[in-house]
Design a protein around this ligand. Structure first.
Ligand code: ADP
Ligand code: MG
Length: 393
């Protein structure tokens, strides 16, 4: 968020609550470079933080009341007495107030650490529901703000612990069974790096990812096709992976070491394809991290495209706009790209030399127009800092 943005949010807070905020905190959205559908198989992911995110202006209240408002949900503020409130409290809220369950869940879970009431106003430049993780950004901005306001310096510094609290808020207060990737990325990422995260152990490592220095641009292309995780595709894939792991006698597909031997033991061709994707995708994450550690960012493209083909043909979750975007980008000279997220809609990422970015964008836009599709939206993704307090405006 710019200095101007901080000033605007501070003014909006003062207008809304008739007092000045004690500070403004920011938590970024994320994009996952590679490692798709590996998280729930106890595998590896490699996200980085975006420059865009959710900002929270906040001030303590001494009456134990939590007041939540968002500039993106102007007529749906929520006021809740924290004492005795739990997940069922949010369950009773009206549909338009449901957004507040994310920050309320975080505050409720932080009660036992000594957090009390607060007034919070959110602003965001992150599209919601586009797979850039606005929900984790909302949780993490709240978590850091409340910890720092209440002097919980130890907890604020334990970013991995804070990520687990934010994840629990989404699991228990929103009812979304998400993994730990989004919250870890928002809290642990640093500028110019991706985060190699082991979803089994929760351990992570910073991996250098210098795109501008290598004259590379990573474009996020919102294909505008809706992603509905509720149509059962996501749950079915998870169940298939669990069934395959059980048949193979391993705790998770992460543990498959000999791929041909594992495939031989599976009679169902569908399960064989799923295993093929998950096992090779984990290796692609390792290979990607290896290239990045060697400073070979320009070689990433082939791994991204290999991931896309695997998601399209083995995991079978791509969608026509995603395939069109990748095919068009490659023909226009991009280095590689892949679909991201749950599948069946949402965004794709495209890696291209900076000098070719405009040609690639134009080619994609033209291809959409030719087919009568809604214009795609482009976001330039630069590895940015994780959640932090912003300097006063
Ligand atoms: P994603 O995390 O990919 O953006 P989710 O469905 O997980 O998609 O989370 C989106 C939800 O998060 C929104 O529907 C809304 O409830 C909440 N949300 C995100 N950002 C804001 C915001 N700035 N103000 C209010 N609610 C927000
Ligand atoms: Mg989310």
């Amino acid at each position: 968020m710019t200095e101007e943005g901080t000033a605007t949010l501070t003014a909006a807070f003062t207008e809304a609550y008739r007092r000045a905020p004690e500070g403004v905190w920011h938590a970024p959205g994320r994009i996952n470079v590679i490692g798709e559908h590996t998280d729930y198989n106890d595998g590896l992911v490699l996200p980085f933080a975006l420059a865009r995110g959710v900002s929270a202006a906040a001030a303590r209240r001494d009456d134990g009341v939590l007041e939540l408002r968002s500039l993106q949900a102007a007529d749906a503020g929520v006021t809740v007495v924290l004492d005795g409130a739990g997940p069922e409290t949010a369950g009773g809220w009206a549909e338009r107030e449901r957004w507040a369950a994310y920050p309320f869940g975080v505050a409720a879970l932080l009660r036992e650490h000594g957090v009390g009431g607060a007034s919070v106003l959110f602003d965001s430049d992150l599209p919601q529901g586009a797979g850039l993780s606005s929900s984790a950004a909302l949780e993490c901005a709240t978590a850091l703000a409340l910890c720092e306001l209440y002097g919980l310096d130890g907890l604020a510094a334990d970013r991995a612990g804070l990520a687990r609290i934010a994840q629990r808020a989404e699991n228990e207060y929103v009812g979304m069974p998400c993994g730990i990737m989004d919250q870890s990325a928002s809290l642990l990422c640093t500028a110019g790096h991706a985060l190699m995260l082991d979803c089994r152990t929760g351990l992570s490592a910073q991996v250098p990812l210098d795109l501008p220095g290598k004259d590379l641009a990573l474009l996020v292309v919102n294909t505008r096709a809706r992603h509905t995780l509720t149509d059962g595709g996501y749950g079915r894939r998870r169940a298939e992976c669990e069934r395959a792991a059980a048949l193979l006698g391993v705790p998770a597909l992460r543990d498959v070491k000999d791929l041909p031997a594992a495939l031989d033991r599976l009679a169902d061709p569908v399960l064989r394809r799923r295993v093929q994707h998950v096992v090779t995708e984990n290796h692609r994450v390792e290979a990607t991290a290896g290239l990045l550690r060697a400073g070979a960012e320009t070689e990433l493209g082939a791994l991204l495209t290999a991931s896309h083909l695997s998601l399209r043909d083995q995991y079978e979750i791509s969608w026509p706009e995603a395939d069109l975007t990748i095919d068009t980008a490659l023909r226009a000279g991009a280095r590689g790209g892949r679909m991201v997220g749950g599948g069946f809609g949402g965004s794709v990422i495209v890696l291209t030399a900076t000098g070719r970015a405009e040609r690639v964008r134009d080619a994609i836009t033209a291809a959409y127009r030719e087919r009568g599709l809604a214009e795609p939206e482009f976001v330039d993704a630069v590895p940015s800092p994780g959640a932090r307090r912003l300097p006063a405006a």
